[in-house]
Design a protein around this ligand. Structure first.
Ligand code: ADP
Ligand code: DP6
Ligand code: CO
Length: 345
């Protein structure tokens, strides 16, 4: 799955899912949060079907899921045309079964993880020779953010300029191994389904926000360069500063939407205050930024930090936000208490 530190929020083409700005995300290791998707083609299947988290979902004609399946079958047909002995899987219906081991539609990028897993699963079923960037063109049409989640590591979605979307694809800025020292701490503030989906929220922002224009024309192009360079140079200070600025600006344009969209809640804002204070103390003592928060379209926090700071950060979070279910992390830390919320590293 991918979690973002430079945000996509706005489409210039809602059907093809072409964004108003480029974006960048960090792909989380699949050991913790993941979508597991299996697919099967069979001549006996009467139609394409999808089960998500154990429940059958309708595949709407002309909808995003149908588009992804159709496009994957098109790539399979190309393989079959070149190698006539290959079974004609492109002519069979598919059954797809997917499960997220983290909250769906709660602002933890389930659509990114889910559509990336879907495209990967069909690419494996169809033995496609396609590169991740080619597959990203298809994942993008399922959910924009999904195009960045096929590579691992640090991935940019280049907005492109062609009306057919053929240059609106993802590229890997750096693999995970490039900067293994960076860790992500996910603080699940609420696993409820969000009130405003990303799709409808960003559409309303495009239609009503006056701040968005400045963001997409002036702010993002410059910051994309800065953050890519920071990643390549493993410059955590710059990475952290820009990540927090971008999260804040994204939530500012959400608030500038009419009617306004509030994705963060009081707990989200308290976590911002805590990270800000933690960084302030470090900088006041002549040090650098030690952690960066970022919030997707939901109340849940992602905290990026170099490994050496993680233990301290987990202790701070668990101290100020006691864990409902108890919590044991990779460092053997344990928290318990009454508040709702979960921390995952
Ligand atoms: P999120 O913040 O979780 O990405 P979105 O509103 O963007 O929330 O998208 C949620 C939608 O993504 C779900 O309602 C579902 O349609 C789709 N989705 C989530 N997980 C999967 C999955 N594993 N496979 C296919 N589609 C998925
Ligand atoms: C806030 O990709 O979920 O997570 O393209 O309509 O499916 P659709 O929206 P989606 O939007 C993600 C928005 C975001 C930021 C990001 O992922 O860059
Ligand atoms: Co999403």
């Amino acid at each position: 799955m991918g979690l973002v530190d430079y945000r996509y929020w706005g489409k210039r083409d809602t059907k093809l899912i072409l964004p108003t700005n480029s974006s960048l995300s960090v792909t989380l290791d699949q050991d913790h949060l993941r979508s597991t998707t299996t697919s099967r083609a069979d001549p006996k299947f009467e139609k394409d079907r999808l089960w998500l988290n154990g429940k059958e979902e309708d595949i709407k004609e002309g909808g995003r899921m149908a588009t992804c399946i159709r496009e994957m079958k098109r790539l399979r047909r190309e393989v079959e045309e070149k190698s006539p002995n290959e079974p004609k899987l492109s002519e069979m219906n598919v059954h797809i079964c997917s499960h997220n081991n983290f909250p769906t539609a709660a602002g933890l990028a389930s659509s990114a993880s889910g559509f990336a897993a879907l495209v990967s699963s069909l690419a494996a079923l169809y033995s496609l020779p396609a590169s991740p960037s080619t597959l990203s063109l298809i994942a993008r049409q399922g959910s924009g953010s999904a195009c960045r989640s096929l590579f691992g590591g640090f991935v940019a979605w280049e907005m492109g300029s062609k009306p057919d979307g053929s240059d609106s694809l993802a590229i890997q800025v750096a693999p995970r191994e490039h900067w293994p020292d960076i860790h992500a701490l996910i603080c699940v503030v609420s696993d409820d389904k969000k009130g405003t989906s990303s799709t409808s929220g960003m559409q309303r922002t495009v239609e009503t926000s006056t701040l968005l224009e400045k963001r997409i024309k002036v702010v993002v192009p410059e910051r994309m360069k800065v953050i890519s360079k920071a990643i390549l140079e493993k410059d955590f200070d710059t990475f952290a500063r820009v990540t927090m600025q971008d999260s804040n600006q994204f939530h500012a344009v959400a608030l500038d939407t009419d009617p306004p969209i509030f994705y963060m809640n009081d707990v989200s804002r308290s976590i911002i205050a805590l990270v800000t204070e933690y960084n302030r103390v470090s900088v006041a003592a002549g040090g650098k930024l030690k952690a960066a928060y970022t919030y997707d379209a939901g109340p849940n926090a992602v905290i990026y930090a170099p490994k050496e700071n993680l233990k301290e950060i987990v202790e701070l979070i668990v101290h100020y936000f006691p864990q409902a279910d108890g919590f044991k992390d990779a460092f053997g830390l344990f928290g318990s208490g009454g508040a709702k919320g979960k921390v995952v590293e």
